[in-house]
Design a protein around this ligand. Structure first.
Ligand SMILES: Nc1ncnc2c1ncn2[C@@H]1O[C@H](COP(=O)(O)OP(=O)(O)OP(=O)(O)O)[C@@H](O)[C@H]1O
Length: 829
């Protein structure tokens, strides 16, 4: 027991998995365990710990186990019959033990230990085959899946992940992808085909063995015969099928599986008498919930059953269900060879569990678009954390929320300072509430009530703890920049009449307010000291007012649209329209013509670095925003996005999935505010497009077509893409050159309908055309190279290497007086 518990604990830190180990024979299991761990590592599915002593209850517990897996870990624990009692208690231990790790209660696994197991007796001839040490027995155990295949009633259609098998490490692992199909064809084979699976029991039964051997001639005929005989004798399903063979009207017959009686509290495996007639397939409606199977009941009515019902497996995994019930007691040697078939069962069960869970969530309206429906294409469904093994569940189980921990640590320190040490005065009482903005950004709203003699009563007291002034740039340049960026209201009123605070031509925050040399006191209904925005540790005086009315006024127009409309165009951008050079003017006019004539077109502004692409976008943005049109300015990287007024990265703006695939959609729901914003948008600018994977662009195209209900490129929006193919191409991790090129936008079908506008004049190097030409030659690949694709830097551009000091010299040359400009964002950019 100690050993087992050690083991349980031992696995936690690495894989967060719990293994039930066999106390009696720990050593051999250790080696299995190692393999298992590898196997688990790759599949991240489950742990199946095998019991050397006894295989008997394996199948009978399947359902119980599924219940167990179902709710908690999707794991298969194969239990030991002899050791059942201790294992049961161990299982409970395990659950308890898992509890802190997985944050799950005991009740979510095994119903708080209420699982019961049944015992099944097994005919001796079957046991022999499973356990005999002869070469025949070994052969059977080694090729159990092949034997299963020739005996089973249905074919298993499954896409097996060969990569995993190809690794050649660990014990056999069965990883299936997509749907698993159990195919029963007609009772008779089609003309010209030999009988297979179920047909073998019904058609040409005189040559059953020969027909069976045709399926796989490598198998031992005597063994197949033995198994066949066992089936004939014991398997209730085979009895029914063989009776069917005697009927002359067999083509009129269908097969029925009877559902276990409803509301039966205890699960019973189905037995022979439950088998009658089955009809495979169903109408369109029956397909809405996966592969349903229509079954004719004894009362002749049709009834629909799920493929996840327990007795469905009987048709495929026959070697484990030889009796139509369960496999019998087996000895030690059987276990290793059984693994391969057990893996099949495990994967099948896992899939059932997953499906049942998904069906469950589909019943809930908020998750009903798990299945792709045309109206909700592009809407990402996030499964809740209660869906075991969903991303959120894993996050909840495993991911340490570092931010929350740091926040908590800092907050404890703040409380220590403010409440215990009384840095603001002796605190009489306090209260606070912690909030998480948008599932992140923890912050605290805190109310402190100070002792009456410590209360802040006059401006002097306020000044002792609150600074309501713009810091002096010379003394505190960093704080000055922060205050300017985050704490200054405006511009509004005449400078920006479209500011969000503007109501009826007035600023509803009553700005501008006059600057005061000293702090002044005004009496309001309620003044409180409110400590908030904890990260920046800024203490402020906050007036609590009823802001609901103001908010209500603004709700009609979504905030994202208001924000876009409120962007103020700087005068220099407006002026840039007049300064456009020849190429820029051509591009500008071409784009504006399309917009003004309300047509749609995809443009690509192509120009080497410094030819004024950004300059052109700014001019376009200024022009369009001046006409009160919405322009969404985006770029592939954040650093370029900030060069555009109101710019965002395209991924963040359009919710493009991080890992894009050929069929990806952006996660924008049709009813969202973002969708409304996009509908009102005239033009989308996306800079640095050459560096993104073309699937990202195609995802946006697909999503816009869907959101705007228009089957034109980008839903009929005017798209202005831009960039320079000489700069960075899509980054393809460990990809080949060919893969990188395939990921380029020029390989997208969208490229064919894109109009390319060229900018040629390098505006950054106007004074130095030689340098501009040199750069162009490098970009075009025409500059002569030395070995390893290296180019020679012209003498006048290089500095002579005089030791380590040359590095400092280079930095000084490139960024003169860097230290004194560290706070200056414009200098740094
Ligand atoms: N028509 C113009 N008149 C005056 N200055 C211009 C003009 N066009 C561009 N510039 C200036 O030239 C410089 C380079 O322009 P810009 O940054 O727009 O080029 P770019 O093509 O976006 O470069 P990169 O690809 O490196 O980002 C900037 O300083 C910009 O202000």
């Amino acid at each position: 027991m100690t050993m087992r518990q050690d083991q349980v604990i031992g696995m936690h830190p690495t894989f967060h998995k719990v293994a039930i180990l066999n106390e009696q024979d720990f050593r051999p299991l250790m080696s299995i365990r190692q393999d298992r761990v590898m196997c688990m590592h790759q599949t991240f599915h489950k742990v199946a710990i095998l019991n050397e002593q006894d295989f008997r209850p394996l199948m009978s517990i399947r359902q119980d186990r599924v219940m167990c897996m179902h709710q908690t870990f999707h794991k298969v624990a194969i239990l030991n019959e002899q050791d059942f009692q201790p294992l049961m208690s161990m299982m409970q231990d395990r659950v308890m033990c898992m509890h802190p790790t997985f944050h799950k209660s005991r009740d979510t696994c095994c119903s708080g230990g209420k699982v019961s197991f049944s015992n099944v007796s097994v005919p001796i001839e079957l046991l022999e085959i499973f356990s005999v040490a002869s070469s025949e027995g070994k052969h059977f155990r080694q090729h159990i899946r092949s034997y299963n295949h020739v005996l089973s009633f249905t074919s298993l259609g499954v896409h097996i992940d060969e990569n995993m098998i190809a690794t050649g490490r660990g014990i056999y692992s069965f990883r299936a992808q997509g749907a698993i199909y159990h195919n029963i064809q007609g009772f008779y084979p089609n003309k010209g085909f030999r009988p297979r699976f179920l047909q073998l029991y019904i058609y040409d039964t005189e040559h059953e063995l020969q027909n069976r051997m045709l399926e796989n001639p490598q198998l031992h005929q005597t063994l197949v015969y033995k198994l066949q005989q066992i089936l004939h004798r014991y398997n209730p399903f085979v009895h029914v099928f063989r009776q069917l063979a005697l009927r002359e009207d067999v083509d009129q017959c269908s097969l029925l599986i009877k559902e276990c009686p409803a509301n039966q509290p205890q699960y019973n495996l189905p037995t022979g008498p439950q088998v009658a007639v089955i009809i495979v397939g169903g109408d369109v409606e029956s397909m809405t919930r996966g592969r349903d199977i229509n079954v004719v009941c004894h009362d002749e009515n049709l009834m629909r059953i799920q493929e996840t019902v327990g007795y469905y497996d009987f048709y495929n995994i026959l070697c484990c269900y030889l009796l139509g019930r369960t496999v019998g007691t087996l000895t030690q040697k059987t276990i290793m060879v059984k693994v391969s078939l057990a893996e099949n069962i495990t994967v099948t069960c896992f899939r059932y569990v997953l499906m049942i869970n998904l069906y469950y969530y589909k019943r809930d309206d908020s998750y009903n678009n798990i299945e792709t429906t045309t109206e909700n294409v592009g809407h990402r469904t996030i499964l809740p954390s209660s869906f075991i093994s969903s991303r959120r569940d894993l996050t909840q189980c495993y991911e340490d929320d570092l931010l929350a921990r740091i926040f908590k640590a800092k907050f404890e320190q703040l409380k220590e300072d403010v409440i215990n040490k009384g840095v603001l005065g002796k605190v009489k009482s306090y209260m606070y509430v912690t909030e998480f903005q948008k599932r992140g950004l923890p912050h605290v709203h805190m109310l402190l009530i100070l002792e009456s003699n410590e209360k802040l009563r006059d401006p002097e007291d306020y000044d002792s703890i609150v600074r309501a002034e713009i810091p002096k740039i010379e003394e505190e340049p960093q704080l000055y920049a922060i205050v300017l960026k985050h704490m200054i209201h405006g511009p509004c009123r005449t400078s920006n009449p479209r500011s969000l605070c503007m109501k009826n031509g007035k600023c509803n925050k009553r700005y501008p307010k006059e600057f005061l040399d000293d702090t002044r006191q005004e009496i309001h209904e309620l003044d409180v000291i409110c400590i908030e925005r904890f990260q920046s540790i800024i203490v402020g005086i906050k007036e609590i007012r009823n802001g609901t009315q103001e908010d209500a006024e603004n709700t009609a127009i979504p905030r994202v649209i208001q924000e876009e409309l409120a962007i103020q165009v700087p005068n220099e951008d407006v002026d840039s329209i007049q300064k456009l050079n020849h190429d820029q003017s051509i591009a500008f006019n071409a784009i504006m013509d399309v917009i003004n004539s309300k047509q749609s077109q995809v443009f690509f502004v192509d120009g080497p670095g410094g030819t004024g692409k950004t300059f052109l976008y700014c001019a376009l943005i200024a022009q369009l925003r001046g006409q009160h049109k919405i322009v969404l300015a985006t770029a592939s990287s954040g650093i370029v996005a900030i060069l555009l007024l109101g710019g965002r990265t395209a991924h963040s703006r359009f919710k493009i999935p991080i890992y894009v695939e050929p069929e990806s959609f952006c996660s924008i729901s049709r009813q969202s505010d973002l969708a409304k914003l996009i509908r009102q948008t005239t033009t989308i600018i996306w800079d640095e497009v050459p560096m993104i994977n073309r699937y990202a662009l195609e995802a946006l195209d697909r999503s816009l077509r869907d959101l705007l209900d228009l089957d034109s490129p980008f839903g009929g929006k005017v798209m202005i893409l831009g960039g320079d193919f000489r700069q960075v191409l899509p980054v393809f991790q460990k990809g080949t050159r060919a893969q990188m090129i395939l990921a380029c936008i020029v390989k997208s079908p969208l490229w064919a309908i894109t109009k390319v506008l060229h900018l040629r004049q390098n505006m950054r190097s106007l004074q130095d055309p030689t340098f501009a030409e040199y750069l162009m030659r490098i970009g075009d690949g025409t500059e002569p190279t030395k070995y390893d694709d290296m180019v020679k830097i012209p003498h006048q551009l290089a500095i002579t290497w005089e030791g380590e000091s040359s590095i400092q010299k280079l930095i000084q040359e490139t960024f003169p007086q860097l230290e004194s400009h560290t706070w200056d964002a414009t200098y740094m950019v």
